[in-house]
Design a binder for this molecule. Sequence first.
Ligand code: FES
Ligand code: FE2
Length: 380
Amino acid sequence: MVYTPTRGDVPVRVGPGARQLPEQGASQLDRHVYTDATRFELERERVLRASWLMVGRSSEIAGTGDWMSYEGHGETVVITRQPDGELAAFHNVCPHRGPAFVVDQQGCGARRFTCMYHGWVMDTTGEVVGVPEREDFDPAHLDGLRSPKVAAGEWGGWVWINLAGPQDAVPLVDWIGADIMADLGQFRMEDMVVLERLEWEVPVNYKAIVDGFNEVYHATSLHHSPPEFTKAARHTSFHIVGNNAMMFVPRPDHLEELWESGDHHRFAICHYVVFPNTVFNCNPRHIQVFHPIPLDVDRTKFYCWQLIYPGEHGDPEYDQYFASMQAQWQGLKGVVAEDIAIYQQLKRTQRSMGYQRNTLSERECKIAHYHQVMDEMIRD
Ligand code: FES
Ligand SMILES: [Fe+2]
């Protein structure tokens, strides 16, 4: 049997009796949040260096010495699986003269890393363990030398890092928050498998991409959703939970069941945004995870994972599920392509004197809230 997520003990989030909108109301947003290079630098320093950022699937680094890397906003980080099963993460910066010493993106079973420049050797936690012609250096300079530590953690089958480091990073569970952990946790992402991962480089600010996943308003026009979807989507509920947000979009063919059972896991599309750039779009049988990693103020690496539930190939029930998930994913890729296409149009106006501000409806409240959180974090 393929696992089917249900609401379980989680509160009713959408439908009669559930609050639909937070107190945000309609608002406006200055365009400079997407285009100002000085502001991007502040976000780099105060937001991206203090937030939990998703890297990839835990299963990709299951064995001792397996490692993956994170690259974005001028940072390069390596995350390794330690013999005790825990993760270690460190800046991929050679303490000798500064180049990245891990060249590849991902690998298995590493015991140490060697910098290609002068051959310094680092262990899998980033500590310097070998220096050629060591006698030429001041021993005090080499004592305890290492590449700086980065905090690493796992939740939902995902590897996360925080550049603030193990001493200063807030706990990952607090960052995601109890509400989202309980609600999104019902999907058991940790058990899921990757059907495909897609990757693009897009010419817009990463926040413009997050914005697109913080509303359902564009589905009718950009994705040509049928009128029934648009009608049901008027009942969408929007929830702000700390710095993060949730959104539950009723599925038009299951409206009655949703109202009766209150089971949004089975009868709604469940969205979760973990500040600043991790988006989970959950359907009862599959999940898309969207992850825009800022490269620069106007350049973003954009990843999308399609997750499905595991099972035995050869089992007729699972084979049927798998085939339908493949077909569904083909369709969804077209939808994602429509999202990507709009970024080209956003790029055309990035420097235009005609673009001053965004005009947001009360149902674009999550966008307004997201930018408020960002503002608070970069404020002096
Ligand atoms: S810069 Fe890495 S060994 Fe010299
Ligand atoms: Fe979209």
